[in-house]
Write a protein that binds this ligand. Structure first.
Ligand code: TYD
Ligand code: MG
Length: 458
């Protein structure tokens, strides 16, 4: 028995409906449902023997085969290495180092004897070659093809049989039969379909480089993100070496992992102990600094907040932040004014994070408050102090996520004292927390300022 008739399929996300809808229930796009005649005799399997057999979840041989890159920072974000038969999209702004990252990964795979095909539609063989030479990469298993016609590529893949294929970039490849220019929506959609088929049929892992628009999404329909197994973003500032690789979607692993790299003259270097990079190593304390531990992906990282409070000559004083959320900075400054009584209305305030990291989470609130107060009063916090906590509009200090992980990281780095919300200490009664650290619970910002010696105890 089969269902015959008409159905409607969404152009953007592939959602199926048996009646026409103005708005796709899957992705919310308007006018994207297209009619498709369904002749299901051929597609639905008629006989019971033809039906696929469901298997127990933990059946042997069901786990995917992975190829590790040997670069821990990349493997972790991928969920343990490249999965054969999968499609990975690597997005990022131009110049962040997407081509460099994949070239370095390719060289690691090739060094293990894995055949890698690097398809460049963007750069000439000479350009890729000179980058490879500069990075000291030359392996017989690392093959380069400068081609953008996917039908030609399909034939090459059948002949060469690579285990890993890198396509740089998705916006430059095209299919001759599709009536839209390379980089166009239908061209990209059809290209991804074709690449997906190539990945499955040849059992290879395919990495696609995708350019990012100003809005921060991979250019082209959302569909591309829906179609691939894994979406990674490479973020970084052109003027700073720090690069963060984030998994946004991962069918084969966690989507909250991050990898940290640094762009150097010899290519990307893994930063395996980032906390050491983000905190300044000082011999004596400096006013206007406070350290905290933030969580990026799943990793706790120690960071230093630096603040400079200076008299203003402007009617509206400046509030400049780099790496710290400007809205949170405004709230923290208002709390210092109203709840603590520090007059900042005639001061310019500059706040930044060392190391080029950008953090939006509220765990930095207390550190921002203390750094600003410390600069205003020109008194430093003692060395070896970490401050953790979200500051509410009432000036109270609240706990943040993953407190224990943050405390452990502070201890590992040799800090001696942590200022944290008293409610957290009361809840846990110090159970399972570190013995080598002094944990000081505070109720509100004022108390925190007293605890670090910025305000005199009343
Ligand atoms: P690239 O990988 O071409 O970026 P994308 O493919 O994302 O556009 O590299 C971008 C920048 O990195 C380029 O401006 C030069 C710099 N770079 C280095 O600083 N060191 C290096 O070893 C390499 C290869 C590139
Ligand atoms: Mg590139």
């Amino acid at each position: 028995m089969g269902i015959k008739g008409t159905c409607f399929v969404c152009d953007e996300c592939g959602e199926l409906s048996y009646r026409w809808l103005g708005r796709c229930p899957g992705c919310g796009e308007y006018g994207s449902m297209r009619e498709r005649k369904e002749d299901s005799e051929g597609s639905l399997r008629e006989r019971v023997e033809d039906l696929p057999q469901p298997q127990p979840i933990f059946a042997r041989g069901m786990e995917e085969s992975r190829i590790s890159t040997g670069m821990d920072e990349l493997d972790r974000v991928l969920g343990g290495g490249a999965v054969l038969g999968s499609l990975v999209l690597l997005g990022g702004e131009p110049g962040t180092g997407k081509s460099t990252l994949l070239l370095q990964a390719a060289s690691r795979w090739a060094a293990q004897g894995i055949r890698v095909l690097l398809v460049s539609g963007e750069e000439s063989a000479a350009q890729v070659g000179s980058r490879a030479t500069r990075l000291g990469i030359s392996h017989p298993e690392l093959l380069l093809l400068c081609e953008s016609d996917l039908e030609v590529l399909e034939r090459v893949v059948r002949k060469v049989k690579p285990e890993i294929m890198i396509v740089d970039s998705l916006q430059t490849v095209w299919l001759p039969g599709v009536d839209s220019p390379p980089g166009g929506v239908s061209q990209m959609r059809e290209s991804v379909f074709r690449l997906q088929r190539m990945a499955k049929e040849n059992g290879m892992a395919v990495f696609l480089v995708g350019h990012v628009t100003k809005e921060g999404v991979v250019a082209g329909p959302k569909l591309v993100e829906h179609m691939v197994d894994c979406v990674l973003f490479f973020e970084g500032d052109r003027f700073d070496g720090l690069r963060i690789l984030r998994a946004v979607k991962n069918r084969f692993g966690s989507s909250s992992e991050v990898g940290i790299f640094e762009m150097t003259d010899e290519g990307l270097k893994e930063v395996s102990d980032p906390s050491h990079r983000f905190v300044a190593h000082r011999k004596s304390p400096v006013a206007g600094t406070a350290s905290a531990v933030v969580v990026e992906g799943k990793r706790p990282l120690a960071v230093e907040v630096q603040a400079l409070v200076a008299p203003t000559c402007l009617p509206t004083p400046k509030r400049v932040s780099s790496g710290v959320d400007p809205k949170r900075l405004a709230v923290n400054v208002a709390v210092l004014e109203r709840r603590v009584g520090i007059r900042l209305a005639d001061r310019d305030i500059y706040v930044g994070l060392t190391g080029g990291l950008r953090v939006c989470e509220p765990s930095l609130d207390l550190a921002v408050c203390l750094a600003v107060a410390s600069s205003y009063l020109d008194k430093p916090l003692s060395l070896g102090t970490i401050v953790l906590g979200e500051v509410s509009l009432t000036g109270e200090v609240h706990r943040v996520s993953r407190m224990s992980d943050r405390i452990r990281e502070a201890e590992r780095l040799g800090y001696s004292r942590i200022i944290l919300p008293r409610s957290f200490l009361e809840e846990t009664k110090g159970r399972g927390l570190s013995k080598g650290l002094e944990l000081m619970g505070v109720e509100d910002v004022k108390e925190a300022l007293r605890a670090v010696g910025l305000l005199r105890s009343s």
